[in-house]
Design a protein around this ligand. Structure first.
Ligand code: 5GP
Length: 114
């Protein structure tokens, strides 16, 4: 089932897009939890991590990591470090069922997460 992220991909609703390629899109989270909080998503509809299959999606996942590294460098958070997060399902705290990787940085993260 399509989510609000499909509307962002199709430019039906606005988002602060920071990177786009044929396969992926990255935009600022509407409710940022850190000075840098970007969502990196595939354009194809994959609901969550349990729908990822290594052989099928390895290149796509690699492209998402490459985009995170590129954006982290551009936003000057690469040297201090950052966090990449996939929330999966109810206990994982997932709200939007279109696969997304959070890129969080610009402050020291806590561990364990809440
Ligand atoms: P999840 O909890 O599913 O891992 O994360 C979903 C994220 O999407 C949340 O951090 C939330 O703030 C963000 N989000 C939800 N709706 C929108 C939207 O319409 N635009 C943007 N830019 N972010 C959104």
């Amino acid at each position: 089932m399509s989510t609000i992220f499909s509307k962002i991909i199709n430019k039906e609703i606005p988002a602060d897009i920071v990177y786009e390629s044929e396969n992926i899109l990255a935009f600022r989270d509407i409710n940022p939890q850190a000075p840098v909080h970007i969502l990196i998503i595939p354009k194809i509809e994959i609901p969550k991590v349990t729908n990822i299959y290594g052989k099928e999606h390895a290149v796509l996942l690699g492209e998402m990591i490459d985009a995170a590294n590129k954006l982290a460098k551009e936003m000057n958070i690469a040297d201090d470090g950052f966090r990449l997060v996939f929330n999966c399902g109810n206990h994982g705290g997932q709200e939007v069922y279109h696969l997304h990787m959070h890129l969080l940085g610009g402050r020291k993260m806590k561990w364990p997460p809440g």
